[in-house]
Write a protein that binds this ligand. Structure first.
Ligand SMILES: Cc1cc2nc3c(=O)[nH]c(=O)nc-3n(C[C@H](O)[C@H](O)[C@H](O)COP(=O)(O)O)c2cc1C
Length: 208
């Protein structure tokens, strides 16, 4: 069982990453191998929209992209994982530009023949709902603003998950982070830990 974090905050010592680490520790406590991709540490170039990955080589799980950077190695590991913790701070009512840049490059995991250009693409590595994902968002606006701040972000993640046939387990919106007291944040970290445990549990259940 392999669970990875895809962490889209540029602040590796920030609250978003602390929550991801806690969730991954929860997964590890159930025996999962874990790795956290702190995206800011990788070279992730902008998708140039050439369509090479999208329209060619359906037999290749991660397609081929003419851009030379760290994305291919992340995607190779991504398709190996059984579970995912996706996390981003809310920036301007959406996921961070860092996460969005990675997400545009993750299009390489989908394939669509040119003659079907008006259809939703298919996954090159459909997970058939045997893989699971949970999503963590941090935001300065409190929990009562989850709908306006969180929903567009959750939907950004869930659109990809739908195409990949990966169920989401938990959606965790942590509002008011910038002025959050230590005790409250400790409680959120414990909730994140439980999210990691539940993720592994749900993956195991789906494989019985
Ligand atoms: C450029 C920028 C835009 C932001 N936009 C929003 C926003 O639209 N809504 C919100 O609730 N918080 C917003 N925030 C606050 C961040 O969500 C918050 O600082 C972050 O979740 C903390 O996570 P971190 O500790 O990992 O940096 C913004 C912060 C920055 C730097």
């Amino acid at each position: 069982m392999y669970v990875i974090g895809i962490m889209g905050s540029p602040r590796v010592n920030g609250k978003c990453n602390k929550l991801v680490k806690s969730a991954l520790e929860g997964a590890a406590s159930c025996g999962a191998e874990i790795k956290n991709y702190e995206l800011i540490k990788y070279t992730i170039k902008y998708c140039m929209g050439c369509g090479t990955c999208y329209h060619k080589s359906p037999e290749l799980q991660i397609g081929t992209c003419p851009l030379k950077d760290d994305v291919a190695s992340i995607l190779k590991d991504y398709v190996r994982a059984d579970g995912y913790i996706f996390a981003s701070p809310v920036y301007d009512m959406y996921i961070t530009a860092l996460m969005k840049t990675f997400y545009e490059r993750k299009i390489a995991l989908t394939y669509r023949p040119k003659e079907e250009s008006e259809k939703i693409p298919g996954s090159r590595a459909p997970a058939n709902f045997q893989k699971k994902a949970s999503i963590i968002l941090t935001a300065n606006c409190s929990d009562e603003y989850q709908e306006v701040m969180g929903e567009p972000c959750f939907e950004a993640f869930e659109g990809h998950l739908m195409i990949e046939m990966i169920d989401s387990v938990d959606r965790f919106y942590v509002g008011g982070v910038e002025n959050m007291g230590e005790d409250t944040f400790e409680k959120k970290l414990r909730e994140a830990y439980q999210i990691g445990i539940r993720l592994v549990d749900e993956i195991r259940k789906s494989r019985k």
